[in-house]
Ligand binder design. Structure first.
Ligand SMILES: CSCCC(=O)C(=O)COP(=O)(O)O
Length: 349
């Protein structure tokens, strides 16, 4: 596959990675605060709402004014505490259901995720937003066929995994998929601390720099791989693969060689989702992702699609070079994955 035949799971952050930070800060958070007074007034004693308020500390859960003031305070400080995230998910339900809220994915997201999914890569979400809130967002996107939940094979939040800046959370996620080695996860996030934690847990991870995100410190570019689009991960792989294989075609490069990815590519896409062919974002391009299109991309990669702020160094391969070389089997894995790799069928090949 294009991410790499050895990456089996792409684990995705949401805010600032698949959609703009402003969608969360300027649409989702204000919507929750807008409906809060009415919900508190009309549903305070309803069992459904009580489930959420009972998770709040005692000093807030029995007093409507204190409860609301606390929600406003936490939301304004973007505190990622699970009882707030649970409540927000509940408050967003009606907004998504009525069509007032639609999740605007970055234009490259749908095509790339569909391509990776179609090739057998599992897509999973890890967000501070609650799992129900994640599902709502993926069910109500700006895609022509808005419900993309079928693409996602697992969902993680601060309750079932832990805080995103702690490496133990990534270990927990990996432990829930014992068939996949930590080094076969690729975590994509705009938050450098999260990327650092995932790498510490043995995962591969790349910083995603999107429009509207905070500037990254210069040293981030030295220390981590940084991409501006998911397509950059795809293109960079294809370019490296073509360089490594010389005479081979872009089609072969995109599909991956001798890997189970080819089998997955043949079996997965439309069989699993008959709508897959019709997918396109309202903001993105209409083209179906295809090897031919990837080949065109190889011919003219854009400047932003390689490691941001650095030039390719022929002598000293970048971290992305190494990651990609590992992906195509041209380089030994990092020390962390060496031992793991010994145990994998890939190592024996
Ligand atoms: C599940 S969508 C709502 C996003 C949210 O509430 C949030 O806190 C974003 O956290 P992330 O970990 O995706 O940056």
């Amino acid at each position: 596959m294009a991410v790499s035949s050895s990456v089996q799971v792409v684990l995705l952050d949401i805010e600032g990675t698949i959609c703009e930070i402003s969608f969360v800060r300027d649409v989702l958070f204000p919507y929750a605060l807008k409906v809060l007074p009415e919900v508190v007034k009309t549903q305070w004693d309803e069992p459904k709402f009580k489930e959420y308020r009972d998770l709040f500390p005692t000093e807030y859960r029995d007093n409507q004014d204190a409860f609301q003031a606390h929600v406003i305070d936490l939301a304004s400080r973007d505190v990622k505490i699970s009882y707030l995230k649970n409540l927000q998910g509940y408050l967003w339900e009606e907004g998504y259901r009525s069509g007032e809220i639609k999740a605007p994915l970055f234009p490259d997201v749908l095509d790339t995720l569909a391509k990776w999914h179609g090739k057998g890569v599992k897509l999973m979400i890890y967000s501070s937003g609650s799992v129900p809130a994640q599902k709502l967002l993926f069910k109500h996107t700006n895609a022509e066929t808005p419900d993309l939940t079928w693409m996602i094979s697992d969902w993680f939040d601060t309750i079932n995994a832990g805080l995103k800046t702690e490496s133990s959370s990534y270990e927990t996620i990996a432990s829930k998929h014992p068939d996949v080695l930590p080094g076969q996860f690729l975590f994509l996030s705009d938050n450098v601390k999260e990327v650092e934690a995932a790498i510490k847990a043995g995962m591969r991870s790349v910083v995603v720099k999107r429009p509207g995100n905070a500037e990254l410190a210069p040293e981030v570019y030295d220390k981590y791989d940084v991409v501006e689009t998911f397509q950059a991960i795809e293109d960079d792989f294809v370019i490296k693969r073509l360089q490594a294989l010389g005479k081979r075609t872009a089609d072969e490069a995109v599909l991956g060689e001798g890997s189970d990815a080819k089998v997955a590519a043949a079996e997965a896409p439309e069989a699993e989702n008959p709508d897959a062919k019709r997918l396109k974002t309202t903001t993105g391009g209409d083209d179906e992702p295809s090897p031919a299109r990837a080949a065109q991309d190889v011919a003219a990669p854009s400047a932003t699609e390689t490691k941001q702020g650095t030039t390719e160094n022929q002598e000293e391969p970048s971290r992305m070079d190494k990651l990609l070389a590992q992906a195509v089997g041209d380089a030994p894995p990092t020390p962390k994955t060496t031992e793991e790799a010994k145990e994998t069928p890939e190592a024996a090949e």
